[in-house]
Write a protein that binds this ligand. Sequence first.
Ligand SMILES: [Zn+2]
Length: 166
Amino acid sequence: MVELDQRQAPGQGQPLFAAVHVTRQRRGIVDLLCHVCGKPTPRRDRHLFPVASGGFVTLHDGTQGYGCNVPPVHLACAKRALRECPHLSHLVERPLRCGSDEGRVIHRTDVTPGMEALAKTLPSGVEVVFSCYRLYGAEFTEEVRAARAAWDKATLASRAAGRPIA
Ligand SMILES: [Zn+2]
């Protein structure tokens, strides 16, 4: 199995909010590094955006687990992202604190969206890790489901009232 390694130049250039750095994404997921500042997230200060990030993965037994391919963030960094990230600032969602379930790392060797052109340049027959995510257990999956339901309810109510949600 081969892992992609993208050149890094922290602090240089401007952030590309719509693109994810391959190496930083993997290091962030594996080592639980903050998606904003790159520093380790201690368990008491580890959050994610349950509406903007990840999705539900159907497991072999038919149950679903929450899978998230976006590294966690510190609360202070989450607040900064809410102010500065164009995608998050439109969603108006609150970060959800991760519980004791750290999930388990799943490597994706299928070509993930946006990696098609790169995949064509790679030799055939080589198993390549294009991305990875953390798959969470039933308890945290339900917390995410509840947070999404609350966000849906608040968003629908605010739209019905013709005002932005706060
Ligand atoms: Zn941070």
